[in-house]
Write a protein that binds this ligand. Structure first.
Ligand code: ATP
Ligand code: NAG
Ligand code: NAG
Ligand code: NAG
Ligand code: MG
Length: 331
């Protein structure tokens, strides 16, 4: 804002200088003019704005990221690529994109949201147009949901008015008050415009642990039958996820009418992670720290985690979540 004012001031100043019309002031005006243009360009270059120089989707890069950085989530990976790609390519979407990511702890739900943000917004998660709401942090007191409700609606409306390509991530959706969830429903609908604001280019991502246990049971059944993890298909989980979503009568998420109106475009299951994925997570973390990947350390870190069921020890209880602190311990 300050820079804008400075630019205006300089423009007026150089115009006056030109009007005075002596040789010296012409030179001064030219110098100042050049300075102002330069300043303005730099301002535009360094200040994130809602246009294609800061917001552009690169499908190839998202695919490469999902392929090389996300481990053990073949179903999530393919749904997300197709969903985001289809939505971003559509010049005139009918409704905002709504994704609901489900799975047990540490399986990569927040991580995937970050990958999506990074491949749409130049500034990634630091973008002014990406908003994360965590139930226990932003809406901690159930008794105050009425206040939260109007606040949240104002935020969504204000931010989408600012930039139609806004992204909203709702973490711990299963701990959110049902009425609060209901209050965001209008923004997810097939409205052309709501109070003069169009929400059709926005992206909503819901994260929760609901359905995690049932997804895990399916994965375990496949394992017990000696079938490959990659053989698990969306259809093995989809019906179950919808059933859980419909029948769950504690989680606010599901009492809310998001589901029966088909406002959620994709339910995305995250599978529990196995030992080999934990090893990959440890190696990836070493690379991220610009260290030489050390297989022995990765193996030690992975062996330190707790696996279940108690006898077979197939899946990591906390997914890849505690890798960072374990790595600090070993190196
Ligand atoms: N499938 C995965 N592939 C690669 N890295 C992963 C994966 N899952 C988790 N990680 C790593 O573990 C960290 C923690 O995972 P993340 O925060 O995404 O879990 P989550 O699914 O959101 O869990 P929670 O339900 O507890 O919030 C990530 O930052 C990432 O580094
Ligand atoms: C998209 O990403 C790929 C892979 O990272 C890169 O090679 C390509 O140049 C990018 N394209 C654009 C238009 O930025
Ligand atoms: C946008 O959302 C943020 C929360 O992420 C909020 O603090 C801010 O006030 C909102 N902006 C507008 C214009 O409503
Ligand atoms: C999900 O798991 C619960 C037990 O944790 C079970 O009672 C329920 O039937 C399962 N739902 C489906 C649809 O499989
Ligand atoms: Mg999370």
């Amino acid at each position: 804002m300050k820079t804008t004012r400075l630019y205006l001031f300089l423009t007026i100043f150089s115009t006056i200088a030109l009007l005075v019309d002596t040789d010296e002031s012409v030179t001064a005006a030219v110098v100042i003019g050049i300075g102002a243009t330069l300043g303005w360009t730099m301002y535009k270059y360094s200040h994130e704005s809602c246009d294609s120089s800061w917001i552009y989707f690169n499908a190839t890069a998202l695919e490469a990221d999902l392929e090389s950085k996300l481990f053990g989530q073949h179903i999530a990976s393919s749904i997300i690529l197709k969903a985001v790609n289809g939505f971003m390519k559509n010049e005139n979407p009918q409704k905002p994109l709504v994704l609901s990511l489900h799975g047990s702890t540490g399986t990569g739900k927040n991580f995937v949201s970050k990958l999506i943000a990074e491949n749409i917004y130049k500034e990634g998660m630091d973008s002014r147009f990406v908003h994360v709401f965590t139930s226990t942090l932003h809406f901690p007191h159930p008794s105050q949901y009425l206040t939260y409700k109007s606040q949240l609606q104002q935020w969504i409306k204000g931010n989408v008015s600012n930039c139609e390509r806004s992204m909203f991530i709702f973490d711990e959706m299963d701990k959110m008050h049902p009425d609060l969830i209901d209050s965001i429903r209008p923004y997810l609908e097939y409205y052309d415009k709501l109070d003069g604001v169009s929400y059709r280019k926005a992206i909503f991502i819901f994260l929760s642990n609901s359905g995690g246990e049932n997804i895990t049971r399916t994965a375990l059944n496949f394992w017990k039958d000696g079938r490959k993890r990659e053989e698990i298909e969306l259809k093995d989980l989809e019906t179950m996820l919808t059933l859980i979503v419909f029948n769950d009568n504690q989680g606010g998420f599901f009492r809310a009418s998001l589901i029966d109106k088909n406002l959620v475009d994709f339910f995305v299951p995250f599978l529990p992670l196995e030992f080999s994925h934990v090893v990959q997570c440890a190696l990836a973390e070493m690379r991220a720290r610009r260290r030489k990947p050390d297989m022995d350390v990765a193996d030690k870190v992975a062996k330190d985690l707790v696996y279940f069921p108690e006898t077979e020890r197939v899946f990591s209880v906390k997914g890849c979540k505690t890798i960072v602190s374990k790595l600090d311990y070993y190196t």
